[in-house]
Design a protein around this ligand. Structure first.
Ligand code: NAD
Length: 311
């Protein structure tokens, strides 16, 4: 059984170990794989493991031995699942490994926006402390969150985690999900239709998956329905947001700030309009990556593959 890992981050693995996979077959781990290398590297392997490398219908066509694609992530939009289904290729994702980490990171983005800790920490190193003739710490205003309203779009595992942490800071939570669920009220949140959530939230956190129906859901029209000075958080998938529209809203002040761990094209392109917005806080898709989550990710990935091999 040949197992090919297309993006195993071998150059900088941290404490990731591929030992669990080694025990299950003949393992080849690549650091990263470019689009034109994908089919050649998979070759006649039966098992493909990917994190962000896309597996298209064309790749499945060129590599007819594939029987299983393990996605080392929660979101599985990197795989053409419809094409996989037609070819009887099993696809597994790992929905639970990073729920706490990703919720925590959404709140970390929010807290950075509300406190500018990175900025103030640098200012102290430049010799500044509270008021100076040429500088004042409240040029970077601090924002109290208690009593403010967070709207969570996509009230699944991560959305609920973000909501719970927000509630623990005294925020009210409005929840919108494609599937309304009586549990929302049990969680102390109020269900809101999308238009109501957009109009009433001081902070909007995106936690729904990227589907054709959700792509570009934050755009000129939906931003216009939001409160002036809203904060937008996205550590789900970048393409949920039309980035040019968000950049314009950040420049006009309609959106006070955005905290993004994901962008539409990753790694981020130099001409991404959000890069020139000082009120846009961007991190390189790392919400998933605390040491504890990565260990859980690898353990579950091996467990999933074993379960597949055992039928
Ligand atoms: P989940 O399936 O538990 O929750 C997703 C929720 O979104 C579900 O309740 C679903 O009903 C809802 N939803 C689907 N379509 C919707 C729509 N059109 N409008 C509103 N809600 C809709 O998934 P999860 O574990 O909470 O993960 C959410 C997303 O987080 C993943 O899809 C992934 O893209 C992202 N993620 C990002 C990172 C990262 O490192 N940045 C890590 C893990 C997951």
């Amino acid at each position: 059984m040949k197992i090919v890992v297309l993006d195993g981050y071998t150059e900088n693995p941290g404490d990731l170990s591929w030992g669990g996979f080694e025990a299950l077959g003949e393992l080849t781990v690549y650091n990263r794989t470019k689009a034109e290398e994908i089919a050649g590297r998979i070759g006649d392997a039966e098992i493909v493991i990917t994190n962000k490398t896309p597996i298209s219908s064309a790749t499945m066509e060129k590599c007819p031995n594939i029987r299983y694609i393990g996605v080392l992530a929660t979101g599985y939009n990197v795989v053409d699942t419809e094409a996989a289904r037609k070819r009887d290729i099993a696809v597994s994702n790992i929905p639970t490994y990073g729920t706490d980490a990703v919720g925590q990171f959404a709140i970390a983005l929010l807290l950075e926006i509300c406190h500018h800790i990175g900025h103030h920490s640098m200012e102290v190193r430049r010799g500044r402390w509270e008021n100076n003739p040429d500088w004042c710490f409240w040029d970077y205003p601090l924002i109290e969150l208690a009593g403010k309203t967070m709207g969570v779009i996509g009230f699944g595992r991560i959305g609920r985690t973000t909501a719970r942490i927000a509630q623990s800071m005294g925020m009210k939570v409005l929840a919108y999900d494609e599937y309304r669920n009586p549990d929302f009220e049990k969680e102390g949140c109020r269900y809101a239709e999308l238009s109501e959530l957009l109009a009433e939230s001081d902070v909007i956190a995106l936690h729904c998956p990227l589907f054709p129906s959700t792509e570009g859901m934050i755009n000129k029209e939906t931003i216009a329905k939001m409160k002036d000075g809203v904060i937008i958080l996205n550590n789900s998938r970048g393409a949920l947001i039309k980035e040019q529209d968000l950049a314009e809203a950040l420049a006009s002040g309609k959106v006070y700030a955005a905290g993004l761990d994901v962008v539409s094209t990753e790694p981020i392109k130099e001409d991404n309009p959000l890069l020139s917005a000082p009120n846009c806080f961007i991190t390189p898709h790392i919400s998933w990556a605390p040491r504890e989550s990565r260990k859980r990710l690898m353990d579950i990935a091996v467990h999933n593959l074993k379960a597949f091999l055992e039928g």
